[in-house]
Ligand binder design. Structure first.
Ligand code: GLC
Length: 397
């Protein structure tokens, strides 16, 4: 099966990491990653994957009518260029790695006739625009992959073509000795005491990720005499408001007088190693669609404390494979941190259970196999469609 895996942006976050890791684990599918030149394609090349660089375009849609028109035209042009590339490469399925990528790939279906699967990584946009997109999607896509139940439900489609496929992670390849090494090296690198308690929060800096709650929890712990350190890993991406949010976080840390206990690391490539070097991972987001970083930390045996909204509840069983708290409830978050830090048995049990949980339900092998299954089904259906078409043509003659 020849698959064109299309990503409309070259910037790398959860959806793109999922693309790279899954593509590297297919058994039958031959994948070509298609995207504008940049970080994603560089990483794909490094991983030995086939790539096709597409001309880049400005992916932002604006409320300003002129810019909106320019954005739509840009999308149409990029969709046409994609359709040229998939036809030239002889793809049998287009795997579009976002809502926008799906729209662009399906727009030219009349021309390329290649089935398109839309990978839904986020909650759909609200309001009229969201409704129109959902209506278009229901007609245009041959299949959908949703990363969690809320994303699937939010999309409102009950048709059989929606497949729920959670992200998969690679179980830790590190030995205990290597993990200890990362702990020592990274703590030194991040100017954090070797024996200190370290919490890490990883993800783009954005208001909906609520890194402010991690800072507030840190402050409360320190007030209670519990010395702790917080690593905030990630950078503001995509929007101006995210840049402001980073400044707000720095201001908040200053106001609460906890700057000495926080490290803003910026974007890092060594997420697995950072998870080994910290004691626990926090995820404070409002309605996280899935939370790929959760399974990455769990795969290292690093306990996670996360908000219970979005798709997170499908990953963590509270008290068993991690701890859940209500979004924004700082006292509850602090309680959970304290119980993990004071209860050795609970921490060790969660660490063992979370590795097991990833191996059982969120392994990359399962995710890759399920995705290949969707491809195979699409190829079959498309062959049947073409056969029927041929037959009708035959009858007409
Ligand atoms: C998107 C979602 C995130 C998910 C990732 C991978 O970035 O916001 O929750 O983990 O895609 O599917």
């Amino acid at each position: 099966m020849r698959i064109a895996y299309y990503n409309h942006t070259s910037s790398v976050s959860g959806a793109e990491i999922n693309l790279l890791v899954t593509a590297a684990h297919y058994k039958r599918a031959e994948v070509t990653i298609m995207a504008p030149e940049g970080d994603l394609l560089e990483r794909a090349r490094e991983a030995g994957l086939l790539v096709v660089a597409l001309p880049s375009y400005n992916a932002r849609l604006s409320r300003n009518p002129l810019r909106l028109a320019a954005g739509i035209l840009g999308m149409i042009r990029a969709g046409k260029q994609l359709s040229d590339a998939v036809m030239a490469g002889g793809a049998e399925v287009i795997h579009a790695n976002s809502l926008r990528a799906g729209m662009m790939a399906s727009l030219f279906y009349w021309r390329h006739r290649i089935p398109v699967v839309w990978h839904l990584h986020d909650n759909p946009p609200k309001g009229l625009v969201g409704k129109l997109i959902r209506m278009y999607a229901a007609k245009a896509a041959q299949a959908f992959i949703a990363i969690s139940e809320p994303v699937m439900k939010g999309f409102g489609s009950s048709s059989g073509t929606v497949h729920l496929i959670h992200n998969g992670a690679v179980l830790s390849p590190f030995s205990e000795l290597e993990k200890k090494r990362y702990r020592i090296d990274l703590r030194r690198q991040l100017d954090t005491p070797a024996g200190g308690r370290v919490m890490v929060i990883i993800g783009q800096i954005a208001p909906w990720k609520r890194q402010e709650d991690a800072i507030r929890a840190l402050h409360s712990l320190i007030q209670q005499g519990e010395e702790n350190y917080l690593w905030i890993v990630g950078e503001p991406k995509f929007r101006e408001e995210n840049l402001h949010y980073l400044k707000e976080l720095q201001r908040l840390a200053d106001e609460l007088n906890v700057t000495r206990h926080i490290r803003f690391t910026g974007f890092r490539n060594d997420v697995d190693q950072l998870c080994c070097a910290a004691d626990l991972l926090l995820l404070c987001s409002e309605n996280e669609p899935f939370g790929r970083v959760i399974i990455e930390a769990m795969a290292q045996g690093t306990p996670v404390i996360a908000t219970s909204g979005g798709g997170v509840g499908e990953i963590i069983e509270h008290g068993k494979s991690g701890l859940l708290y209500e979004t924004g409830n700082i006292p509850q978050l602090v309680d959970h941190i304290r119980s993990l830090q004071s209860n050795d048995r609970l921490r060790k049990q969660i660490s063992v259970n979370c590795v097991e949980r990833v191996g059982g339900y969120f392994s990359i092998e399962q995710a890759a196999a399920k995705t290949e299954h969707v491809y195979a089904q699409l190829v079959r259906e498309s062959a049947e469609r073409n056969n029927r078409l041929e037959q009708t043509k035959g009858v007409a003659k």
